[in-house]
Ligand binder design. Structure first.
Ligand code: ACO
Ligand code: OAA
Length: 382
């Protein structure tokens, strides 16, 4: 085929283009539902650990008790911060973006992997599991070093979510906090052909290795139109101004006025809208329940005034609904993470979805290479 294509064939942003099959998840905007391997995400978030959900995504089935226990012990024994990764992170300034730290850490883990160039199914699954286990220590250490604190060793008597929070804050957290964190991990894990997952599939389609694909996916996740929106939500709250002494109703009034002004200035407000869901994101109610629990736990009702005010004003003006990043941002804020750390938390979760897609792409590969409609100068001579 030549590159003489009609401009009408262009689907800007690949909107509405069906690029391939996937058996990993189904996003259905008509029923406002999301299934992981056939199971509604709400049920998974209510009943399963994040470790079990990870196994489901990778293998396609819920683990047996023996499979689960084997993975739990693997995960616990692969949590420690690799000294070489720590050394690489220490070379990075403490004011660089934490997504750059995450991207660098995955790249270093890839380069140091003893089977870096082996992409056989068994090795690839083992790489995915090891990355899942290793990444929390990177985020936790990065959060701590920015506060001038030393790394905290993992504890193998704690589950994934408990240990993640332990390594970050050096304290065991209340069960409701751990549970809200677990729910966020389950909800962020997988969402079909979103920009970062598609990036991972494009890289895999060239037959590159898993760590290269995940490193590229992290780059795609960083932007505020995708994963970076959870951080951006908190910046919006900060721009409006968080006043812990304010009533919920007063905060809502201020937030509404801020949103009206922002929309009048044609600003995009992060945390709202979605390429696929046009009538609300299937994951928001579950994440909002987790946020409500954190608001009650930390006694921070005024934050929900900002939340309600922005949501109502956006709905009134444009009918645009919040996406998952909207409740997730303030949830992580209440837990004590710095705002810039929110998107690396998304990485920790999405490693499961990305690596599942990498394995699916590799198992049925075709190089991803679309066409373009040339609109540069006509042929000319020097
Ligand atoms: C986990 C995730 O990655 S979820 C997504 C996280 N991203 C964000 O929250 C970023 C903010 N949202 C957005 O930019 C968009 O809604 C996207 C990129 C997510 C999806 O957008 P698309 O499907 O490409 O729709 P598009 O950006 O063209 O928006 C359609 C219309 O709605 C408006 N719109 C969409 N989202 C927003 C928003 N958040 N704030 C203000 N206006 C918006 C657009 O300005 C546009 O209006 P127009 O037709 O008058 O020009
Ligand atoms: O599906 C998308 O485009 C973005 C999204 O919600 C996700 O990746 O979780």
């Amino acid at each position: 085929m030549s590159e003489n294509h009609d401009a009408e064939q262009i689907r800007k942003g690949l909107a509405g283009v069906v690029a391939d099959h996937t058996a990993i998840s189904k996003v259905n905007p008509e029923t406002n539902s999301l299934l992981y391997r056939g199971y509604p995400v709400q049920q998974l978030a209510a009943q399963l650990s994040f470790e079990e959900v990870a196994l489901l995504l990778w293998t396609g089935e819920l683990p047996t008790e023996a499979e689960r226990d084997e993975f739990l012990s693997f995960e616990r024994s692969h949590r420690a911060l690799d000294p070489q990764v720590k050394a690489a992170v220490d070379l990075l300034p403490t004011d660089c973006h934490p997504m750059d730290v995450g991207r660098t850490a995955v790249s270093v883990l890839g380069a140091r992997h003893p089977q870096a160039e082996d992409s056989s199914p068994e090795v690839e699954l083992a790489k995915a599991k090891a990355l899942f286990a290793a990444f929390p220590a990177v985020v936790a250490y990065d959060q701590r070093r920015r506060r001038g604190l030393a790394a905290v060793e993992p504890r193998d008597d704690l589950d994934y979510s408990q240990n993640f929070l332990w390594m970050t804050f050096g304290q065991e957290q209340a069960p409701e906090v751990v549970d809200a964190f677990r729910v966020s991990m389950v909800l962020y894990a997988e969402h079909s052909f979103n920009a970062s997952t598609f990036t991972a599939r494009v890289v895999t389609s060239t037959l590159a290795d898993l760590h290269s694909a995940v490193t590229a996916a992290i780059g795609a996740l960083k932007g505020p139109l995708h994963g970076g929106a959870n951080e951006a939500v908190m910046h919006t709250f900060e721009e409006i101004g968080i006043d812990t002494a304010e009533t919920r109703a007063d905060a809502a009034v201020r937030a509404k006025a801020w949103m009206e002004q922002a929309l009048a200035e044609k600003r995009k407000v992060m945390g709202f809208g979605h390429r696929v869901y046009k009538n609300g994101d299937s994951r928001v109610p579950t994440m909002k329940t987790a946020l409500d629990a954190m608001v009650a736990h930390y006694g921070r009702g005024e934050l929900m005034g900002l939340y309600d005010g922005l949501e109502a004003a956006m709905d009134e003006a444009k009918g645009i609904k919040p996406n998952l990043d909207y409740p997730a941002g303030p949830t992580y804020h209440l837990m004590g993470f710095d705002t810039e750390m929110f998107t690396p938390l998304f990485i920790a979760s999405r490693i499961t979805g990305w690596t599942s897609h990498i394995m699916e792409q590799r198992a049925s590969n075709a190089l991803i290479r679309p066409l373009s409609a040339y609109n540069g100068p006509a042929e000319r001579s020097l």
